[in-house]
Design a protein around this ligand. Structure first.
Ligand SMILES: *Cc1c(COP(=O)(O)O)cnc(C)c1O
Length: 372
């Protein structure tokens, strides 16, 4: 089945009791036990499972080509469950450029818990090989990376992990399953902040992990989901699933707009650099073109003149909104180093843009006047 059809139908059936085409929101924490003590519909208590969560998990697993999925209350809760499914004393290899919340989670929460980690530049898979230790259990990949849009070769890194007896997890938030399918490239699991493109409308926080196999590691993550309790509400699941229905079309339009905005910015005399893997001049363009179907809706720019100039450009935009986050229909711009805090290694003149679904000419005109 094609993703356009999967998005609309996987996990989504006509409500058997009423014929409702759109699923009801099951606002119930608990489910009745039959007189023999069994749970005839399979649901016991909403932390363990809820019909809206089951629909979302089924749909996400299908879109990623996986066999099972665990949905969480945020992207970071999903990531944390993967790290917690390891053991104290295990070693993780993570990217040097990654969503700052993941880096902070490793540094401030998982390292004190006993997880060792090494951050490497994953543009060269040799760096992953060099960082392997006998206790390496997980290689964490984020591609395109946040905020420098570095591209990691998923197939090469998954193979290195497999040979070393480690798992490979890919944060696929930016590419989405529409433009990148890490399980097909050999990854063991895919993590999402459904907060972003999957929800797609900046109105719901969520996360998910999709697994290529229903093995003991997947079971452990599910155990942590249910017993750690960072589960999404039924309404949040409903909203995320509603967002998914238009995901393939939105993502293609985001990427087409981003390409036009990137081409405009690449020619602009006040821009020092544009980071967008769709540009032929991007150093990892060939790898991106091989493993992605389209290049996503995210780009970042380095403004000539340093931090003050970058701030001034962000201050002048009118249609694009100054805000963190990404993947919604509205375009957002952000001075990334400010939000990442003192540990940030992001260039101070860098602005990250989530290119929305406004008309690209209007976005280009807005940037042109802000750069004038
Ligand atoms: C936003 C984001 C996360 C974290 O998701 P939350 O829902 O904010 O917890 C993780 N990874 C990437 C790439 C993100 O963009």
């Amino acid at each position: 089945m094609h993703p356009e059809t999967t998005s609309i139908h996987a996990g989504q059936e006509i409500d058997p009791t009423t014929g409702a085409v759109i699923p009801p929101i099951y606002l119930t924490t608990t489910f009745e036990r039959a007189s023999d003590g069994s749970f005839p519909h399979g649901y016991i208590y909403t932390r363990n499972g809820n019909p809206n969560r089951a629909m979302l998990e089924t749909c996400l697993a299908a879109l990623e080509g996986g066999v099972t999925c665990a949905a969480f209350s945020s992207g970071l809760a999903a990531a944390m469950s993967i790290f917690q499914a390891l053991r104290p004393g295990d070693h993780v290899i993570a990217p040097d450029d990654a969503y700052h919340g993941i880096t902070r989670l490793l540094r401030e929460i998982m390292a004190p818990w006993g997880l060792a980690y090494t951050r490497v530049d994953m543009r060269d898979p040799q760096n992953v090989t060099a960082a392997l230790r006998p206790n390496t259990r997980l290689v964490w990949v984020e591609t395109p990376s946040n905020p420098l849009l570095k591209i990691a070769d998923i197939a090469a890194i998954a193979e290195i992990a497999r040979r070393a007896g480690a798992l490979c997890a890919v944060d696929n938030t930016w590419a989405t399953p529409i433009q990148q399918r890490p399980l097909e490239l050999g990854a063991d699991m895919v993590m999402h902040a459904t907060t972003k493109y999957i929800g797609g409308h900046s109105d719901v926080l969520g996360g998910a992990v999709v697994f290529g196999a229903n093995d003991t590691f997947a079971e452990r993550v599910r155990f942590l989901q249910i017993n750690g309790g960072a589960v999404p509400s039924p309404f949040d699941c409903w909203l995320a699933l509603r967002g998914i229905q238009t995901l393939p079309y939105r993502v293609r339009a985001h990427a087409a707009n981003a390409m036009q905005v990137a081409r405009f910015l690449a020619e602009h005399p006040r821009i020092e650099r544009v980071h967008y893997p769709g540009l032929e001049t991007h150093p990892d363009h060939v790898v991106a073109a091989r493993q992605m179907r389209g290049f996503g809706g995210m780009l970042s720019i380095e403004v000539k003149g340093g931090e003050a100039e970058a701030m001034a450009v962000a201050a002048r935009v009118k249609i694009i909104t100054r805000a963190t986050s990404l993947g919604g229909v509205e375009s957002l711009i952000e001075h990334r180093a400010s939000v990442e805090g003192p540990e940030s290694t992001t260039p101070l003149n860098l602005l990250r843009i989530s290119v929305g679904l406004e008309h690209p000419d209007d976005l280009i005109a807005d940037l042109a006047q802000a750069l004038a």
